[in-house]
Design a protein around this ligand. Structure first.
Ligand code: DGT
Ligand code: CA
Ligand code: CA
Ligand code: ZN
Length: 577
């Protein structure tokens, strides 16, 4: 049995081929083909073997004849000749260097040729010795950027984005649930709190035979290394680098253990202090008065014993949730079921992999009432931005689909680039013809805070703008937010009635929880969008909702909890008559 899914193994090989081609300065479209195929395989929700056996590989987005043949080669032989050929052409450490923010292939090649660096260790050394500054194109600022990129890269190796870790954890949890004698398998820790990145995964279960359950767990095919294996606890490192801890807990303290291992640590500490003030003791076995256990079986009882209602995990960060619970003032948090549509996605008209019809069918399957198709504007050239002519053609396609579907309404939208001077990438008469206008920044990140703030303020002043998308531009583990005064921007959005986005794409999660909470306080409306570039990405709405819940948001705070009729009114509200 293979230790990893073929989907993941092939995706990794395609990515590595792309990396090497990039280092060798190959043609961009060839590099992009491998990257797109890798993304398709990672997002594919069933085994690629199945697709291959149905003869449907070529029907997958971004998989042509040549790449399909490479996939079949792997499924036949466990190898891809092209992969083996290219990895022998460069030192492996050089490929890793490509993943450091601020270091493109050109710079890696330069550092390799001039300073002989071959891996991350070498890079750190030459940076510390001041050898990089002064090389062609390596000014003080660039070097500082590389230094920050290296720090971010190292931090990101220790924490995995939630959107990568959670599906892996859920698969492991399913496997544990399928073992004989297990029940109530649950993912606790930061993943249950929907934190944007996780250090490791914590799983709890009840089991008839603890030792046997732990043994089965540490021998799952995904496991690379066993870190610990006892009667009630197992800890493993998976091939993909994620650590998973399993704890077998007795039924009578299941609720207490779930509360304890959900954390956060800060929340736990505050709960324990509060308990002590009331003459109680709380630990992972229960709530105790003296020697007597007064609660422990269900999580709800733990809170009840302390005189408060159950607190949703996403709030448990010691950010005022315990005080709110004691005062019976917890928010009625938004749930995934409250979301009636998705307000950011890309179709084949720009850089999406699916047609509008395919996106619409996927959205219907999710039970949505509406979606906004928000293809890029022309300036975002890497994303195949839409010409004005293309907008009119796309409009016809949308009208036809709207005539065909009576249970889903497709809004014609665009994600319009904010140019460096704050003007927009389409003229007003084009914006006026769109149902939904998102604006966002895709280039020219390096400005002073003052300039960037001015740029965004000017953009949202335009009366056709509805939503400020991925407002800070950060990419988790890859790119810091650009420098911008969000306090000023959010205030102005609230005044103008421009919504701000929580982008649910797992590497963005932008606004994050803290900023989204501030946006609510300032009176902003929040829009949730997945920024899907293929239909399967629509499932990432759960991460947007997770961020919203961590921000204490209620259904009323969110634009796309509105029924279609109300949404349409909202969209027309700011427009000139
Ligand atoms: P992570 O893994 O870094 O993303 O964050 P968590 O919150 O999952 O932390 P982790 O895995 O170290 O521990 C899981 C939970 O167990 C944590 O949220 C709270 C609880 N816990 C672990 N160690 C301690 C501790 O020393 N004191 C307290 N009060 N709680 C702890
Ligand atoms: Ca954890
Ligand atoms: Ca842990
Ligand atoms: Zn975008």
């Amino acid at each position: 049995m293979s230790t990893r899914s073929a989907n993941e193994a092939i995706a990794d090989m395609f990515d590595t081929i792309a990396d090497v081609l990039e280092l060798q300065g190959d043609i961009p479209y060839r590099i992009r083909a491998y990257r797109n195929a890798a993304r398709t395989l990672r997002d594919l929700e069933r085994p690629v073997e199945e697709v291959a056996s149905e003869g449907q590989l070529e029907a997958l987005p971004g998989i042509g004849k040549d790449l399909a043949e490479k996939i079949r080669e792997y499924l036949r032989s466990g190898r891809i000749a092209k992969y083996e050929e290219v990895i022998n052409q460069v030192p492996p450490g050089l490929i890793e260097l490509l993943h450091i923010p601020g270091l493109g292939p050109k710079r890696v090649r330069l550092l390799h040729e001039r300073l002989g660096i071959a891996d991350v260790e070498d890079l750190r050394r030459v940076l510390d010795q001041g050898l990089v500054e002064g090389l062609p194109g390596m000014g003080k600022k660039t070097v500082e950027n590389i230094r920050r990129g290296l720090a971010m890269y190292q931090a990101s190796k220790e924490r995995m984005p939630l959107g990568r870790a959670l599906p892996i954890a859920e698969e492991i949890a399913r496997q544990i649930a399928a073992l004989p004698g297990t029940s109530q398998v649950v993912i606790a820790g930061s993943a249950r709190r929907m934190k944007e990145t996780v250090g490791d995964i914590d799983i709890l279960t009840i089991a008839a035979d603890g030792a046997a359950t732990v043994q089965a767990f540490v021998h799952f095919p995904q496991v690379k290394e066993i870190l610990a294996a006892g009667d009630t606890k197992g800890s493993v490192l998976l091939h993909n680098g994620l650590q998973v801890d399993l704890r077998v807990v007795p039924p009578e303290s299941y609720g207490a253990a779930l509360h304890y291992f959900t954390g956060s640590q800060a929340h736990n500490i505050k709960i324990r202090t509060l308990a002590r003030e009331r003459g109680l003791k709380v630990n992972e076995y229960g709530v105790f008065r003296g020697e007597k256990r007064i609660a422990g079986e269900r999580e709800e009882e733990i809170f009840q014993a302390l005189g408060m209602p159950w607190i949703p995990p996403e709030l448990r960060e010691d950010r005022g949730e315990i005080e709110a619970a004691l005062a019976n003032r917890l928010p009625r948090l938004v749930r995934l079921e409250d979301i009636r549509g998705d307000l950011q996605m890309h179709s084949k008209w720009s850089d999406g992999a699916n047609t509008i019809r395919e996106l619409a069918l996927a959205a219907r399957a999710l039970g949505y009432e509406y979606i906004a198709i928000t293809d890029h504007s022309p300036r975002v050239r890497v994303a195949g931005g839409m010409s004005i002519d293309a907008i009119w053609q796309r409009q016809k396609e949308i009208e036809a689909l709207n005539a065909e579907f009576d249970d889903l309404h497709i809004l014609s939208g665009a994600e319009v680039d904010i140019l460096p001077d704050g003007s927009l990438d389409y003229p007003d008469d084009v914006l006026a013809a769109l149902d939904v206008v998102l604006v966002s920044i895709h280039s020219g990140f390096k400005m002073s805070q003052e300039q960037m703030t001015e740029r965004i303020l000017r953009a949202i002043e335009n009366p056709y703008v509805h939503i400020l998308a991925h407002p800070t531009g950060r990419l988790i583990g890859q790119r810091e937010p650009y420098s911008v005064d969000m306090e000023v921007v959010l205030k102005r959005c609230a005044e103008l009635g421009v919504a701000v986005e929580i982008n649910g794409y797992y590497l963005r999660l932008d606004l994050n929880d803290v900023l989204a909470h501030r946006a609510k306080q300032l009176g902003c409306t929040i829009s949730l969008g997945t920024d899907a570039h293929q239909a399967t990405h629509l499932n990432m709405m759960r991460y947007a909702v997770g961020m919203a819940r961590r921000a204490w948001l209620e259904p009323e705070d969110i634009l796309n909890t509105k029924p279609l009729s109300e949404l349409l009114v909202w969209l027309r509200r700011r427009r000139p008559a």
